[in-house]
Design a binder for this molecule. Structure first.
Ligand code: ZN
Length: 412
């Protein structure tokens, strides 16, 4: 009986025909005997994560595929990013992604990353715990120049602008409310007070005096963006679907963030870099161990480089990387037969555009008892003839629940 799920998302996997590949896509051109073996036992189709002709971001696409309506549960990237660095979000919190940057005396940005500072713990600590008008600011360091920021207290809104102009040479922006609600006006007002106070603290911080002496750029301003609310009443993944233990195996921070945001356990794997050199073997071996031996009943395995290579227009690299994944995928033969395997992507990333596109992506469901179809090869074109037809991201978890026999009965 199938009672566990492995969902593999190869980011930006779908693509368009490439002239240099005789009008084949990188996936069609790639030699994928191990994927094809799984295809032949699968029900296949095409999927658009946010719906037809909608061009998805990676964050919104993942939420949709995992069954969370983005109109209700997505207000900005902040909550996902802060979850990814292990910050604990409460209902009503407003979360941001932050950079420690450098500004001059007129608050013009001279460097958005404070001279590529490698570590910001001391700077984050200096701002952590400040309370203004009853609102607490929680500031934690992330990788390199990055930080996570949470505003906690009553009457907050994420309907405010960034203070980050995203352009060197421009003055940092005053945060303004984007609607007329008293919550948005209050939030912008408190945040502006915090920005002033935090600039004064950072400017006089011993660590910055030392940086200056060493000829390094000071980390004297916190640039914030991606304000989002932690949604009220959001059910964590396990509760929503009745899983006991779910895990996220990913190299990229955003994807660990999505897993953490939904309450999955984040499993760190040696060599999982989210870059083309990533250790796929380790990720797959870890995943198999979680499902076969560690009592996990849902694992989300994310693979990033298919997207980043396509964003560079590197179709050859994308093809080669797909072949690298194919070699490791062979290990899935050792998975117990109680696991449903889903292999898909969050969106297409067209090498031609060097960007995400609204083209649908292949999706396959493989498990004991699945009604397999006539598709024999892993590709966008072949999957357009699959038995699953065309589905949207919001259908994916419904299909999972159906296969696991967990869908509620409508009627008698
Ligand atoms: Zn993506």
């Amino acid at each position: 009986m199938v009672n566990k799920v492995l969902m593999i998302i190869m980011d930006g996997l779908g693509d368009r025909p490439i002239k240099e590949f005789e009008d084949k896509t990188p996936l069609e051109k790639a030699c994928t005997p191990n994927f094809n073996k799984i295809v032949q036992k699968s029900q296949c189709g095409l999927m658009s994560s946010l719906g037809k002709f909608i061009r998805p971001g990676s964050d919104t696409a993942h939420l949709a595929i995992l069954g969370y309506d983005i109109n209700t549960y997505y207000s900005g990237r902040g909550p996902i990013e802060v979850s990814g660095i292990g910050m604990d979000l409460h209902e009503g919190d407003i979360a941001f992604r932050g950079n420690f940057g450098t500004v001059d005396d007129n608050l013009n940005i001279t460097d958005r990353r404070a001279g590529r500072i490698t570590e910001v713990s001391e700077f984050a600590k200096a701002l952590d715990g400040i309370i203004i008008d009853g609102i607490e600011f929680i500031v934690k360091p992330a990788v390199a120049h990055r930080a996570g920021v949470i505003m906690r207290g009553k009457g907050l809104s994420s309907n405010i602008t960034d203070n980050d102009p995203h352009v060197v040479g421009e003055k940092v922006r005053k945060v303004i409310p984007t609607d007329n609600s008293k919550e948005a006006i209050f939030t912008a007002n408190v945040l502006n007070k915090f920005m002033k106070q935090s600039y004064d603290i950072l400017k006089n911080l011993e660590a910055n005096k030392i940086r200056k002496q060493e000829g390094k750029l000071e980390a004297n301003f916190l640039l914030l963006r991606g304000a989002g609310t932690y949604p009220q009443g959001m059910q964590k993944f396990n509760t929503k679907y009745g899983f006991n233990k779910s895990a996220c195996v990913a190299g990229g921070g955003l994807y660990k963030g999505i897993g953490a945001f939904l309450g999955m356990d984040i499993i760190n794997v040696d060599g999982a870099t989210a870059l083309p050199n990533t250790n796929i073997d380790n990720k797959i071996e870890t995943t198999i161990d979680l499902l076969n031996n560690k009592n996990y009943d849902f694992v989300f395995l994310h693979i990033k480089p298919t997207d980043s290579l396509a964003e560079d227009g590197n179709y050859l690299g994308k093809k080669d990387f797909i072949e690298k994944v194919d070699k490791s995928i062979q290990k899935l033969e050792t998975l117990n037969d109680d696991v449903l395997i889903i292999i898909t992507s969050d969106h297409s990333t067209a090498c031609e555009l060097k960007a995400h596109s609204a083209d649908p992506v292949p999706i396959m469901f493989c498990c004991n008892g699945i009604l397999s179809d006539d598709v024999v090869e892993f590709s966008e074109r072949a999957f357009s003839k699959g038995g699953l037809g065309f589905i949207e991201g919001k259908d994916v978890m419904q299909l999972v629940l159906n296969i696991l026999g967990k869908l509620p009965l409508i009627g008698a």
